[in-house]
Each structure stands twice: as C-alpha cells, then as structure tokens.
Design a protein around this ligand. Structure first.
Ligand code: AG3
Length: 288
C-alpha cells in the first residue's frame, strides 16, 4: 500500500479488513525508508501538516497529535499521588515524553522504543514532539519493551503503552501476559494506560484487550479522544490501575494544573472529570 505513495496525490490508510480508507491529500513525500522493523514515511499533507506513517498506518500529525499526547501524559499525572518514575513503551515520536516533562515532580522517564529509526526520523520531522527528549530526566532506550518490562519489578509509578495496532511485533503489547508483566513492573499505586483502537469498527478486538486488562487489574476504565488521522476518528484509550480511580485527583496537583492547563490544547481538569462517563456503545464494547 505504501509503495504507491510516490506519484500519488492522495494517501489512503485502509482499515477494518481493508474495507474502509482514511485519505489525505499529499503535498510531498518528505521521507521514506524501510527500517529493520517497518516502513517509515513522513508526508507533508494539505490538511494536517506533517504526517508520520509506520507500515502505512497513521501515527502522528501536526494537526491532532496534541490530543493523544496530552491525554496520555496528563491523566495519570493528575491522579498519581507520588509520581517519580515513568515508563513509555513505544512512542518513539516523543510526544508523550514532551507532556510528562512538564511535571516537575517526575524524576525519571524511560522511553523504550524498539525502532531507533522512528526516534531519529521524528527528531528531524517532528521537532516539537521530540523536544522533551533532551530533558535530563529522560532515558531514551532503543529496545524491545516486552523484554524491558520483565527486568523491572515494583519500580514504575506510571507505564504508558504507546503502540501501533495489535499486529506483527506490536501484537504482544495487547496480551494478558504482557499486561501482567506491566502490573509487576508497577509500584503499589501504579497506573497503566494504552491506546485501544476504534470501538465501532474493531468491536471484538477491543473487547479482548479490555478482558485481558480486567484479568490483571482491579480498576479498568476507558475514554475517548478524537483523532483525525486514525480510522473513524473515534479513538479509545484504556486506563488500568492497582486501585486508584481515574477521577480521583491528587488534590495537591490542582493549583499546578490550573496553571498548566491554560497552555494545553486539549486537556483540562473539567474534561478529565467527564471523560470516563461513556456512551452506551462504548460501555458495551469495552465492558467499562
Ligand atoms: N500510536 C498509533 C495508534 C494507532 C493508530 N492506528 C492506525 N492508524 N491504524 C500513535 C503513536 C503516537 N505517539
């Protein structure tokens, strides 16, 4: 599918057994390479600015990346009572790191991205997303997150799974076994978050991710954020924890967040409080 980018005016990502497509009109192809793991393309588009594709799947665009990155970073940061150590698995574009570095109480952020080339390409084409990677608290580790997680027990306060779709090497990031290793790597008040696809298209897949999570975590919740570049726009995210509810704010963070939220484009505490009230279809598909 991605071979046809060059010379084409439009790029279409096919989804849902290739029965639907999300299309973007292209200004130019800024970069294309085959890394050890996947095809990496950066397109310049008319509607979204720069667009990063991995194996033909949309990952990040200038226009909407803030939605995904702000919710993944600021929700757990507002809940955890003593946030020190954060792990992000995947997320080589750096967008989630950029949001976490805004929180001064965090001491260490490990970014474990299997494909070093995604990090390098993002530094060149998405400098705003990668701007947090030079923060001294950040360790960029080009490694396999599935293996990395097994080497840590009771260490991270928050773990974010910033994966692509559950196919090929990313499929391992949606299994009960993996969620169990994440649980063990988390501290007592630990929180895990993950992207969980489009609930209207991928009804059965999503049900299984949430069932897998519920087999491991006592608290499993879901919420949505609109992602223009992902198939169907209606995108879901999972919040799982060892006990902390996703609306139980760390009160001491409220003054800080009242200032920070003024500078954010999506996240604010009012939105956060309401985000876990779900529509009927979302409740029934995820069981949350
Ligand atoms: N992670 C990709 C989410 C899934 C996109 N799926 C698709 N286009 N079919 C994005 C990484 C952002 N840091």
């Amino acid at each position: 599918m991605t071979e046809s980018i060059l010379g084409n005016e439009w790029y279409s990502e096919r989804y849902f057994f290739k029965n639907v497509a999300t299309s973007f009109k292209i200004k130019s192809v800024l970069h294309s390479e085959q890394s050890k793991y996947q095809k990496i393309d950066v397109l310049d588009t008319f509607a979204l600015g720069r667009l990063l594709l991995l194996d033909g799947k949309t990952m990040v665009s200038d226009k909407d990346e803030f939605v995904y990155h702000e919710v993944m970073g600021h929700i757990p940061a507002m809940i955890h009572p003593k946030l020190k150590n954060v792990l992000i698995i995947g997320g080589g574009d750096g967008g989630i790191v950029r949001e976490f570095v805004k929180h001064p109480e965090i001491e260490r952020i490990d970014l474990v991205e299997i494909d070093e080339r995604v990090i390098e390409v993002s530094k060149t084409f998405f400098p705003d997303c990668t701007s947090g990677l030079t923060d001294p608290r950040v360790n960029v580790l080009p490694q396999d997150g599935v293996e990395y997680i097994k080497t840590h027990k009771n260490f991270f306060d928050v773990i974010i799974i910033d994966s692509t779709d559950p196919e090929d090497f990313a499929a391992g990031l949606f299994t009960q076994e993996f969620y169990h290793h994440v649980y063990e790597a988390l501290t007592e008040n630990g929180i895990m978050m993950a992207q969980t696809e489009n609930p209207l298209y991928d009804e059965y897949g999503i049900k299984s991710f949430y069932d897998n999570l519920r087999n491991v975590y006592p608290v499993v919740k879901s919420f949505t954020g609109p992602m223009l570049i992902y198939p169907g726009v209606f995108w879901t995210f999972a919040y799982a924890s060892k006990g902390l509810l996703p609306t139980q704010f760390n009160e001491s963070k409220i003054p800080f967040m009242s200032m920070l939220e003024k500078k954010l484009k999506w996240y604010n505490m009012d939105w956060h409080k309401g985000a876990f009230n779900l529509s009927n279809i979302h409740k029934s598909v995820t069981g949350c």
